[in-house]
Design a protein around this ligand. Structure first.
Ligand code: ADP
Ligand code: MG
Length: 717
């Protein structure tokens, strides 16, 4: 009686994928073949033009408008050779995804002919009339124009679809008054802030002139795959990206046989296809594997410059979504598509490095390198402690609330895992073991060099939201569906803040006559002392930690996203964003407004969808089954089931009435009031509806149940 077919869900995939590319082909023909980098432009531009462009791309100098037309022509020619018919300014609006508006290269010339045009002006700037993107009040609708401006530091690329291709030009998106309306602009500003803060410190450590600092990022993307057949039978998945109903399957992830298990053939074919497309876009995809939950997978590229990593991360999500469909699958990027089953995160591996290729978070071989490492490591510890709220806010969303603090994902409390070896070193420095830096004993550890610092993280702690993993920090609280731009922006900013404070202190000590070793030793000691409460190497999932963190250590526990978002515009945060010119007060307020708004809209859609499905799909199926039972006589079995079903159906009916009333209420006129109404009234009412419905799912005859179940969805391979 089902109108969906479990057999076809399992079979519905094509095997006509073309032959996998060989490693040789990937290296020689495919990798970055759809990317227009400086290297490719070299053969297409005159030397002076190329040099001028290089200055812009590599040193951030303003683009010479005089060369724009020439560059545009070269780009157009290349793109058309690649089969592109259109171009688009590709940008990152505050929705968290990307946006594009395609313009054809081809312009009808009026005489029945068509000519291909693309000018320097069109390359550098466009006005996409994107008045419907959230602006958080930055644009009044009567002057809603925003413009996009070429980000020459991220290479243009070709996006392909089944029968064509488009040249995508990465751009920033701003209002005419110069306010950032996107996630790229503040990210670029934060990289500049990091550079400005860190280079003076590096000079104290003897760095040469011309040293620039940027941040690197590698994001591990988790996602689920389910059969398309099921996806489109579930209005909740289609509308909200997560299941709003669903009883626990008899088998969940307890066998742990999926984790790192053999990747099913169909999935591997999908992954290979997706990866080949990513290679063409120059995305350095490196690892793929099954995750813990059934149906859950992970893909991770090698780290890159953070602005490019953020662009690539959006492309990864898009390619996963698009490619899954070719194999009869749907990629679910939601943080918690299935209740009771592990959710999906996006671990952000972050470090800072110089244009000379030096990773500042890499413990070194020499005492000098280690001193510098400990200085920057202390700065990160200080940054996370000083700005726990901002890191929490950077991952706040309605969807991530279902994941953070559930026993599978880092808690909403921020802490740092350093690992036992590194913690031991900091502890020894703090306790002054061996006294102050003597001539022979750097940092007073009583040896001529520091004990060898851990070059590779020996121990792992999956429960920490922020872990040192050998030569980088891994921020694990980011959600699978979110843009990584804001978390990186925050990381860059807070570390810039800590480094600039510590550098000023170091400078004072040096001015006071201290030698560098002694001054750094003192600074590391006092910084660690002041901020060690944020270091925690134990089990972040345990109740004991929650108690200790909040009550003994006084760490922030911003349980829900709304608790966190509230802090975004605090005077401390506004001053910080302003000081480093990452966001001004208006831009910051706009982001806060948009976060509230997206939260409100997300839960509002969920509330409406829950009501709709419960009323028009689930309750009717229970009623139908009750009718069957009624006609089946009055045996003890029939009467018993009937009373169970009718009990749960009554419960469902009552819960629907309550939810309906909450869906109709608003909570206030302000967007944060509406958001709070959603959290405090709609979400609990949805949960009651779900509980009654899930009870019914376990007693209503399967042939009457209108929705694909967890048991079906999670185990298709
Ligand atoms: P691990 O085994 O610690 O998870 P991997 O080498 O598998 O480490 O890296 C996980 C992610 O971290 C990858 O995306 C990787 O490129 C990235 N990564 C490695 N080194 C750095 C670094 N210095 N800065 C930022 N990301 C890094
Ligand atoms: Mg992982």
């Amino acid at each position: 009686n089902h109108d969906f077919d479990v057999i076809s869900a399992a079979r519905n995939w094509r095997t006509d994928a073309s032959q996998d590319a060989t490693p040789h082909q990937i290296v020689s023909d495919i990798f970055a073949s759809d990317v227009l980098g400086l290297e490719q432009l070299k053969t297409r531009l005159s030397k002076p033009v190329h040099k001028s462009l290089q200055a812009t791309l590599e040193r951030g100098e303003t683009l010479d408008p005089g060369i724009a037309d020439t560059v545009a022509l070269a780009m157009k020619t290349w793109a058309m050779e690649k089969g592109a018919t259109h171009y688009t300014h590709w940008f990152h609006p505050l929705t968290g995804s990307t946006a594009e508006k395609h313009d054809s290269f081809v312009t009808p010339a009026g005489d029945g002919q068509a000519i291909a045009t693309f000018s320097g002006k069109e390359l550098i700037q466009a006005e996409p009339d994107a008045s419907s993107f959230p602006s958080g009040g930055l644009r009044a609708t009567f002057e809603a124009r925003g413009y996009t401006a070429w980000d020459a530091s991220s290479p243009a690329f070709i996006m392909r679809h089944a029968n064509g291709a488009t040249l995508c030009i990465p751009t920033a998106f701003a209002s005419w008054t110069g306010e950032a309306l996107d996630t790229k602009t503040p990210l670029l500003r934060s990289v500049e802030a990091l550079n400005t803060a860190v280079t003076p410190a590096l000079h104290l450590f003897g760095a040469s002139e011309g040293t620039r600092v940027g941040s690197s990022l590698g994001a591990e993307q988790e996602y689920f795959l389910i059969a398309e057949e099921y996806f489109y039978r579930r209005p909740d998945l289609v509308m909200t990206g997560r299941t709003l109903f669903g009883a626990q399957p008899p088998r969940g992830q307890e066998l742990e046989d999926h984790y790192f298990g053999a990747i099913p053939d169909r999935v591997l074919t999908f992954m290979t296809d997706a990866e080949t497309q990513m290679y063409a876009l120059g995305i350095p995809v490196k690892t793929r594997h099954n995750e813990v939950a059934p149906g859950q997978f992970e893909i991770a590229p090698i780290y890159e410059d953070s602005n490019i990593a953020a662009d690539h991360q959006q492309l990864i999500m898009q390619i996963l979504r698009n490619t899954a469909r070719k194999y009869g699958l749907v990629a679910l990027l939601h943080e918690k598509p299935f209740a009771g089953i592990n959710g999906s995160g996006k671990h952000c591996n972050w470090s800072m490095s110089t244009n000379k290729g030096e990773n500042l978070l890499e413990p070194g071989d020499t005492p000098h390198e280690n001193m510098q490492f400990l200085f920057f490591c202390s700065a990160v510890i200080k940054a996370v402690d000083d700005h726990q709220d901002l890191l929490r806010i950077s991952v706040a969303s309605a969807s991530n609330d279902h994941r953070l603090g559930a026993n599978e994902a880092p808690p909403a409390i921020l802490s740092i895992f350093l690992g036992s070896e590194l913690t031991d070193i900091f502890e020894r420095i703090e306790s002054g073991q061996g006294g102050r830096g003597t001539a022979a004993g750097l940092l007073g550890l009583g040896t001529s060099v520091l004990p060898p610092l851990p070059r590779h993280a020996g121990d792992r702690n999956r429960t920490s939201p922020f872990a040192f993993t050998g030569n980088k920090f891994e921020f694990r609280a980011a959600g699978s569906s979110q843009s990584i731009s804001f978390p990186i922006t925050v990381l860059n900013l807070i570390v810039a803040d800590a480094v600039s404070q510590l550098t000023a202190e170091l400078q004072r000590k040096l001015d006071g006559g201290a030698d560098l070793n002694t001054a750094v030793a003192e600074l590391v000691r006092s910084t660690y002392q002041a901020h060690k409460r944020i270091v925690f190497n134990g089990d972040g999932y345990s109740d004991a930690w929650h108690q200790e963190a909040e009550h003994t250590r006084g760490l922030l526990n911003l349980r829900t996203s709304l608790d966190a978002i509230e802090h975004l515009s605090s005077p401390k945060n506004a001053a910080l964003f302003q000081k480093f010119r990452v966001l001004d007060d208006r831009e910051l307020a706009a982001r806060q407004e948009i976060m509230y708004d997206i939260y409100f809209k997300t839960v509002n859609i969920e509330g409406e969808t829950t009501e709709y499905m419960a009323r028009t799909m689930i309750l009717p199926s229970a009623v139908k089954y009750l009718g069957d039972l009624h006609a089946a006589g009055d045996s003890r079995a029939v009467m018993g089931i009937e009373s169970e079903v009718s009990g749960a159906a009554d419960e469902l009916y009552d819960a629907i009435q309550t939810l309906s009333a909450q869906n109709a209420a608003s909570g206030g006129d302000e967007v944060h009031e509406k958001a709070h109404h959603m959290r405090d009234h709609v979400l609990p009412a949805m949960l009651s509806v779900r509980q009654a419905a899930d009870k019914l799912e376990k007693v209503v005859a399967e042939q009457h149940w209108p929705l694909p179940t967890y048991r079906q969805m999670l185990f298709v391979k």
